[in-house]
Design a protein around this ligand. Sequence first.
Ligand code: NAD
Length: 337
Amino acid sequence: RKLGYAIVGLGYYATQQIMPQFVGCEHARLTALVSGTPEKLERYGAQYGIPKTHRYNYSNFDSIRDNPDIDIVYVVLPNSMHAEYTIRAAQAGKHVMCEKPMAVSVAECEAMISACSKAGKKLMIGYRCHFEPYNLHAIALAKSGDFGPTRIITAEHGFNAKPDQWRLERPLSGGGSLMDIGIYSLNATRYLTGEEPVEVMAMESTDRSDPRFTSVEDRIDFMLRFPSGILANCVSSYSSNHNAYRVTGTKGWVGMEPATSYSGQRMSVNLQGEIHQVTLPFSPKTQFAAQLDHLPQAIASGIEPRTSGAEGLRDMRIIEAIYRSAAERRAITLTAK
Ligand code: NAD
């Protein structure tokens, strides 16, 4: 049977990107909604045929435990609410899909992993790029050796943040561009190398007179050193548009722009000085549907999801080190965990 998802938080990403994707799923279906706004429950409940008995608010959320149609809770709330709702979902006996960033601190990530493991439930982070064909192809190309051993990765992610939103309020976001969009640069360096960084050095540049940046950072760029000697240069910005990466080896490179977008990935490769575009066969299954289907498959086969809580925690450890490096103006050594 298809496993049932309850979506928690009916904001932009949930309603405009995730909920329309269940039609393309083989193992997942939308069975419940959780929101603090009755009007949204009514509107989306009617649109997706979710009965009133399967619509919840934040006060009666814990009664999802009595609903056998809910197997998985998908947390799509502001970052600082991820930990609470993941833990409550696990305690209600449900598996959890949680949006990125996993939470706002290493301590919260550890508490989430521990709550899910104690409840015997799976925890997966919504790192959709791990299910996107061009990103998977880039990983395979980097691994193939065709470009020689990887030496350099550059990754740039950013957008011009609109004012007056929770992303710019530290208590809700946990940080600025790095928590939101720079995490794509970071996560890409890890999946493209298959290695864990051992050292990080970061610099921040934020115009504190810009009313958007009173409590969170705008630019925070960072360099990562990987055990094989690869150095990654990463951009994270809330004041300019970027969505690209390039993996450079001794014989050429593979690049993507856009790289981690919702659709429309464009890949080019440079082999021995010749640049050409790579087009993959059309895949009817989107990265979103593949991500939604992956957790039910992991549950059925008893394996850890590809983007498990441990994966989210690894990014969060590095994120904390990036912030520390920028604040203390020095390189930070990362210990393998
Ligand atoms: P959004 O502002 O559109 O939605 C947030 C939802 O949370 C809203 O429905 C809001 O009503 C609700 N909410 C509940 N309590 C709130 C509170 N105290 N303050 C503010 N909102 C509250 O945001 P979004 O863009 O949908 O982002 C939600 C999550 O999804 C974030 O963690 C974000 O990082 C993640 N996200 C992931 C992707 C991706 O590609 N994987 C893309 C966008 C967002």
